[in-house]
Write a protein that binds this ligand. Structure first.
Ligand code: SF4
Length: 463
């Protein structure tokens, strides 16, 4: 059992598995992650901090002394899931009085002390206060509830070593917060103002990841392409180029971008470096300028399309995906048709499509949720159907094409097949047997032989 209670922090530069600073305290911790990749990365940071304080991570809530739910608040049903999960944990708490239950992330930041009113919940910690988790867990173990939800203008966990699950693909958050204030979005309120890590710390971590066996890294931010190293003045394109040069064999990806910050410099930097993957996730949200204005998206459809032309001129084989919201406040049938028109014009390889979910305290909340649910669902279905048709048509044109595929392992469906991902972020399934001379993490050439709207199927090309 730990004697001293000093809070230790795993320092960047140590081996990927955070070295334990204090003695193992014999307590186990389980983190359950909901929502976006940013939360996946944050859970690795929380685990890194706890591991450095002697906590042992476990893979099941049943084996844990401490259960932490890292939550999402982007839509109503995301929060409902957490309330249901907490109800389900009541049984475990009744059978283990010492169990510590904590709520982390965007829902913690949005709902704050109201979560502590739940008998079950011991600690509530917002996205900028994860250094305090060990101390709050200690307080909870001595019977007092704890909360830490202050938003920071400087916190980037730059010096923290995340505890990553072994693998070939890593997430790395390079900036935090968002200054865009889209009227439907809670992120600026749950994650605060934008701040970026130092360029050198990102490049150093990418090198460490390569040495640790990772073969791909995705640079993360709510608004990743508005990254700026305030000390050196380097922008996102500079960071991308520096990272690509520092680990030339490693695949570099990034998400999520904002059309406003999709500069020519960024586009040209992507085109110049082979190891920067030719895939861009560029949310459009709506195809109607009137709705984009109500959303405060700060661009027009014309501006967005001009960016698309510029991207495809520089990288003709680039794959594109987007986010679309159906049924935003006052959306008319004509606005909806304009969204379908943009989808037909851009022809996305993939999309994340949602019905508008009003969020309290956002500007859109005051606009009123006036599009009836059945209209929202019908419009969403039309968007989903169109996207599926387009994706199937695009993937059909991939037949005969050769892709460099990063091998990820056995396919989920068929033991005699393995899967991997193309540079354009498409899943590729290919035959595999024990004579294969490649391993997970290798890149192999495959010729695409058939496709569906979601998956490519291919065969290995050895010559
Ligand atoms: S850019 Fe808009 S949608 Fe994206 S996180 Fe920021 S406020 Fe939310």
């Amino acid at each position: 059992m730990a004697t001293e209670t000093t809070i230790a922090l795993p320092v960047l530069g140590e081996p990927t598995q955070a070295a334990i600073i204090g003695p193992e305290n014999g307590r186990t911790v389980y983190v359950e992650t909901y929502g976006c990749q940013m939360n996946v990365s944050d859970s690795e940071i929380v685990m890194g901090v706890l591991h450095a304080n002697g906590y042992r991570p476990v893979d099941s809530a049943d084996d844990a002394d401490v259960i932490l739910l890292n939550t999402c608040a982007i839509r109503d049903n995301a929060e409902k899931k957490i309330h249901d999960r907490l109800d389900a944990l009541k049984w475990q708490k009744r059978h283990n009085r010492d169990l510590v239950v904590g709520v982390l992330g965007c829902m913690a930041e949005r709902l704050r002390t109201s979560l502590l009113e739940k008998k079950l919940v011991d600690i509530v910690v917002g996205p900028d206060e994860y250094r305090k988790v060990p101390e709050l867990v200690e307080t909870a173990l001595s019977g007092s509830k704890g909360i830490a939800v202050k938003l920071s203008r400087v916190e980037t966990y730059d010096d923290i070593q995340p505890l990553r699950t072994e693998g070939i693909s890593a997430w790395m958050s390079i900036m935090r917060g968002c200054d865009k204030f889209c009227t439907f979005c809670v992120v600026p309120f749950t994650r605060g103002r934008e701040r970026s890590r130092a360029l050198q710390s990102v490049v150093d971590e990418a090198k460490q990841l390569w040495d640790a066996g990772f073969r791909e890294v995705t640079l993360l931010g709510q608004n990743v392409n508005s990254y700026r190293d305030d000390v050196s003045g380097y922008d996102f394109a500079d960071l991308l180029a520096a990272t690509a040069r520092a680990v030339p064999q490693m695949r570099i990806r990034y998400t999520t971008s904002h059309p406003q910050d999709m500069s020519d410099k960024l586009i040209d930097t992507m085109a110049e470096h082979d190891n920067i993957c030719k895939y861009i996730h560029l949310p459009i949200q709506s195809g109607s300028n009137r709705v984009l204005q109500l959303m405060n998206r700060t661009y027009t459809v014309e501006h967005y399309m001009q960016r698309m032309e510029r991207i495809r001129a520089a990288m003709p084989l680039v794959a594109m995906s987007t986010d679309i919201i159906a049924g935003f406040c006052t959306e008319t049938e004509d606005d909806h048709q304009r969204t379908l028109d943009v989808m037909r014009a851009v022809r996305y390889d993939g999309a994340y499509m949602f019905a508008y979910s009003p969020r309290e305290n956002t500007k859109a909340w005051k606009m009123g949720d006036d599009v009836p649910d059945e209209v929202k669902s019908r419009r969403l279905q039309e968007i989903v159907d169109l996207q599926q048709t387009i994706a199937a048509e695009i993937n059909a044109t991939e037949v005969g094409r050769i892709h460099d595929v990063l091998v990820e392992g056995p396919s989920k469906r068929n033991a005699s097949e393995w899967r991997g991902r193309s540079d354009t972020n498409k899943t590729v399934i290919f035959p595999h047997d024990e004579t294969a001379d490649y391993i997970v993490g290798d890149t192999i050439r495959t010729r695409i032989t058939r496709s569906t709207s979601a998956t490519l199927f291919g065969e290995r090309v050895t010559t």
